[in-house]
Ligand binder design. Sequence first.
Ligand code: E4P
Length: 221
Amino acid sequence: MKFFIDTAKLEEIKKANKIGILSGVTTNPSLVAKEGIKLEDRIAEICQSVPEVESVSAEVTPEAVTAEEMIAQAEELIKINNGDKKITIKLPMTLPGLEACRYLTKKGVKTNVTLIFTVNQALLAARAGATYVSPFLGRLDDISEDGVQLVTKIAELFRVHKLESQIIAASVRHPDHVTRVALAGANIATIPYSVIEQLSKHPLTDQGIEKFATDWGKGSY
Ligand code: E4P
């Protein structure tokens, strides 16, 4: 399973990339709005900061409701940085979103169908040619459903029917989500920087480092 980072904060993207584990970036209207910057400008900056990643998701904004409106926005977004191929158009899981997905896929543009909460939605997105489908785990857990179980089922469905869309486990809230979606067969987890940090931690690691440092100070090597 690969790691994408789910943020519009440049500093976090750069820090995650420095570790050497980053394969992509996802943003959404809420994350970009928090930054108080134009979507196009931030996507351009992200692409320049992490040139080697496979995908940078730019979501169409809530003003785009029809397929035509989504396609019109997508056509502007894919021009960023002279047509950077990493730019992936993130589309909502709606019928117009699927229509836009099929259109953009035919044009060779990468797509990410977001806000997936059922297996049927994932199947529709895959059949519309989505490069990526994004089931939202945390938001399902929030309403007492099992987000990881959804990823397990989508992975099985894609395997049985040989569907090529990649599963991005999204709305990831903690390290246990990461372990469980990796075992469930997600291709990618998109996670906040805080969770990337948590993944690296264990109290026994900290204790071990401290003990090595203490023993080293006593000259016991
Ligand atoms: C994914 O692409 C979304 O941006 C994200 O994971 C949503 O997560 P949230 O439910 O924590 O807002």
